[in-house]
Every structure is written in C-alpha cells, then in structure tokens.
Design a protein around this ligand. Structure first.
Ligand code: GDG
Length: 490
C-alpha cells in the first residue's frame, strides 16, 4: 500500500503543493509558485530546511511523479479526481468547514457524501505521507482540509512525531457542535502530538470542544484522552498539547523587495497613473466573504456620500484575487461586489478618475510590494480571519514609516498589531471614523504607530514562528500508547 522510495526527516503535508501547473503553447509543463497565506509562509520556512511536501497540484489531471521545486523541496503530488475536488475541496472543506470555522457568516452546507469523500481523501494524504516519512520523522500537517490526517497517519506510522497547524480560527463549541461529524474531526486531530493555533482563544475553543464532546480532561494546554474502543487509535490513553503559535511573514525578505529601485519606481508609477491623489486607500484580499470587502465598500461609499472624500484626491484600489470560483457563496459574493463597485463608480467617478479601482486579478509579488508602498491607508477589515498576513506584509513594506493600517479586531493580526487603527467592521459609522482618522492623524503619531508595529513584525517573523512551532512539537508531552499486538501497516 505504501511506496518505499526516498524518505525524509521533515515532511510538510498541506492540501496544496506550493506550485500551480501551467502548460504552455508548446505543450510543455511549467510550475509556478501559487499565491495564498499558507504557501507564502511555508515556502520561506522550508527553503532553509529542505524535506518533502505532500499536496495536491490544484487540477484534476494525473498526479505527476515527485519532483524538486524551486525552493529545493521535494514535492509529492496527491491526485484528486473531479468528483473529489467537488466534494472534498469545494464541498466539505469550503462550503461546510470554512463557514462553520468563520462564525457562520454564510450558512454551512452538510452532505453525507462530502464527508465520505473528505475521509477518503484524508486517508490518501496519510498514505502518501507514510510512504515518504523516514523512521521517527517530523510531520507537519496543515489546516482544516486535513483534520483526519493526524490519527490516520498515526495508525499507519506510530513512530512519527506529528503536528498540525490551524491557519484559520477554531470556532466556539456552540458553532463547532453543529457539525454532524464533530467527534470524528476531534479524534482525527487528537492523533497529533502538538496542535498549533493562531490565537489562545482558538486553542481554548478546541480544548473546550474536546472536553464537552469527547469527555477529555485537560490541564492548561495539555489534553488527556482516554481513547474509545471504536477510535482509530483504540482505547489507549494519550496526551496532546494545544497552544497558540501565531503565524508570520518573512519580513526582512519583503522589506528588501520593497526597497529595490524597481519596486519603488513602480510605486511612484502606480500613484501617477491614479492621477497623483492625496490619499490612496488600498484593500488586498482573496475574494472571500470573510474578508469584509462589502463592509469596507459600504464605508467608502458613505464617506463619498457624506462628501468627506472624493476622487481624484482620494481613491480606493481594491485587489480581490479570484478564489474558489465554483463555490456558490463565492459566486454570489462576486456578483454583490461587482454591483457595489459599479454603483459607487457610476455615482462618484469622473472621466480619468475613478472612485474605486477594482482589480479581480492575481499579481506578482513585486507588484504587491509596490502597491503596499503606494498606499497611504491599508484597509484590512475581515469579519473573521485566522491571522491575515496582508496586514503584516503592509507593515513590513513600510520601511519609510509612512502609511497607516486600519485593522479589524476580528483578525488574529489585531492581537499583535495593537498600534493599528483597530476597527469593528460591522460598525460602519465607527469604521468610517477610523478611516478618516488614519487619513488625517498627526504624521508623527502615524510614524510612531508604524514603528511599533514594525518592531513586532520583524521580531516575530516566519522563521521565529517555525522555530517555535517545531520546538513545541519536538517537546510535545509524550508519544501515544499503541494497542498491543498491532504492527506497522505498510
Ligand atoms: C489563510 C487564513 C492566515 C493575495 N493575492 C495575491 C497574493 N496574495 C497573498 C498575500 C498573502 C496571502 O496571499 C493571503 O494571506 P492572508 O493571510 O491574508 O489570507 P488567506 O489566504 O485567507 O490565508 C489567514 C493565512 O492562511 C496564513 O496562516 O493568515 O487568516 O485565512 O501573503 O500577499 N500574492 C501575490 N499575488 C496576489 O495577487 N503574489
């Protein structure tokens, strides 16, 4: 069942590989680094460490043979068929779990078939991983798409040290409890030695869910689970630690990029092509209902209505990277945002000066750095977000101490970037006030805020995060006991 080829001491397991497949006009396959929070973070971490990365290539073609990526990682593709993409990825991951884990901003959909496919795909990830992990290796599993992998992998390979990191929030038990498969998900996670979360609240929510739904006991961050006869790992007691290890970015690398003459020149060009406004407002998000783009547009529309801002002096650039385009809630969101932007521009734009520049596209990193440099006020207004790397990236790019960050309280980042202009995006009046303050505040005050946030982002960068995570995993309480008589299943 498990192939025995080359094996690695460190294995990352994530839904996606850090690359997208592109086939050119000559039929040649190329691999391009794919955008997204997890990839951005892990790519820079693993570049220094080497090892293997197990994940899906992002399309339904046949999985290619393992190959070496740009960053020197060995990539092990997992194949998904069209029905699996629909049921595991678009369905259970993004239409069941994603809304439940983000405060039920849209209603979750429950389908037993999606769950069965989620289980089957998690099993496939566990099997591929079992085949590439060396004896006693460290395996770092990522995110909500793979919550069953820790227990499935533990069953195949009890010698491994297994960690899981939750990039998104972990919901309060009142919401998590809606899931018909809640116990199975918790048991899947309890197969790990260490579970990392973005905030203490997320770790606490997980510990409470285990207590209430599985009857575990806990002391601080350490959960004790007596097991159950019908559990994958049997009724053997085990201990698992769950704690906050907030993710970050490669701040120095991004700052260096932002300082290059090409990026600085591009930032100036962007401002010039916007008509040299006094204030450039910027939003950069995956087009997702969690990101609060509608609330942000509503606040900007009202500020235009109120006569507080007007183009060409003030303009909003909104980059909304295409995301999950086959999921109904995302299609509906796109429709709503298209309509809102159209209405705002119809009412307030003039020839050659738009109120909102709306870009439903994906850009290279250099262009993102230039946009961050060009923006006077960065608007990060999610209704719920595990961390939000964009907020940290903006801060890292502002080596000139310019700019101002408006940041939602409902992001993980708000727990670290306390000197941002914090806002509640549901409170449109309050949000408008925060935007105006961020625009008009005393420049010295703004510089001080930026400086304090930069200290935080540079001292707690992605390398520090990875070290903290891997240390916590290495020191996790104790290895699970295995049922006696079970051999290794490979
Ligand atoms: C999840 C959690 C958590 C976006 N558009 C382009 C582009 N990006 C990059 C950004 C940033 C990343 O993608 C997005 O990360 P976020 O953290 O803002 O959001 P999610 O994708 O929802 O990430 C989130 C994260 O995981 C990590 O744990 O922070 O809470 O939801 O790096 O810059 N990059 C490029 N072109 C684009 O068009 N090059």
């Amino acid at each position: 069942m498990v192939s025995r080829g080359r094996t690695f001491d460190t294995v990352v397991v994530a839904n996606r590989l850090p690359v997208d497949r592109e086939v050119d006009a000559q039929g040649q396959t190329h691999w391009r680094t794919s955008p997204g929070g997890l990839v951005t973070a892990m790519d820079s971490v693993m570049r220094h460490r080497g090892g293997a990365w197990v994940g899906w290539v992002g399309d339904t073609g046949e999985a290619p043979e393992p190959f070496e990526g740009d960053s020197g990682m060995h990539l092990y593709p997992v194949a998904l068929g069209a029905a699996e993409v629909e049921e595991f990825y678009e369905g259970f991951s993004n239409a069941t779990l994603w809304p439940i884990y983000h405060d039920v901003i849209v209603p979750p959909t429950f389908h037993r078939r999606w769950w069965a496919t989620y289980e089957a795909v998690n099993r496939r990830f566990a099997e591929v991983t079992a085949g590439v992990a060396a004896e006693g290796a460290t395996v770092w599993v990522h995110d909500y798409q793979l919550q069953l992998v820790p227990a499935l992998l533990r069953d195949l390979r009890p010698d491994l040290r297994i960690g899981w990191f939750d990039h998104i929030p972990f919901p309060p038990v009142e919401l998590f409890g809606q899931l018909p498969w809640r116990e199975e998900l918790l048991r899947g996670l309890l197969g790990a030695d260490f579970l990392g979360f973005q905030r203490t609240t997320d770790a606490g929510n997980f510990i409470r869910a285990c207590r209430q739904l599985l009857g575990t006991t806990s002391k601080g961050e350490v959960i004790r689970w007596e097991g159950a006869d019908d559990d994958l790992l049997g009724a053997a007691p085990r201990t698992v630690r769950a704690a906050a290890v907030p993710i970050s970015i490669d701040a120095a690398d991004l700052e260096q990029l932002a300082k290059t003459p090409a990026v600085q020149q591009r930032a100036a060009e962007i401002r010039a092509s916007l008509g040299d406004p006094e204030t450039v407002l910027l939003g950069v998000d995956r087009l997702d209902y969690t990101k609060g783009i509608r609330h942000r547009l509503r606040a900007v529309a009202e500020l235009l209505d109120d006569g507080e801002i007007a183009p060409p002096q003030v303009t909003l650039v909104q980059v909304a990277t295409p995301s999950r385009e086959r999921v109904a809630a995302y299609q509906e969101l796109r429709h709503q945002i298209d309509g809102m932007v159209g209405r705002i521009n119809g009412d307030y734009s003039g020839i050659g000066h738009a109120a909102v520049h709306y870009l439903h596209q994906s850009y290279p990193r250099e262009e993102m750095a230039a946009l961050f440099q060009a923006a006077d006020v960065m608007l990060v207004t999610p209704l719920r977000d595990g961390m939000n790397l964009v907020a940290k990236e903006y801060v890292a790019c502002r080596h000139d101490l310019g700019g101002a960050l408006v940041l939602s309280e409902f992001t993980g980042a708000a727990h670290e970037l306390r000197q941002a202009y914090l806002c509640n995006p549901h409170d449109i009046v309050g949000l408008k006030r925060r935007i105006l303050l961020a625009m008009r505040d005393d420049p010295e005050q703004k510089r001080r805020r930026m400086q304090a946030m930069r200290r935080r982002v540079f001292s707690h960068d992605v390398e520090a995060w990875a070290r903290r995570y891997l240390d916590a995993l290495a020191m996790a309480p104790e290895r699970p006991q295995r049922r006696s008589g079970d051999g290794r299943k490979d």
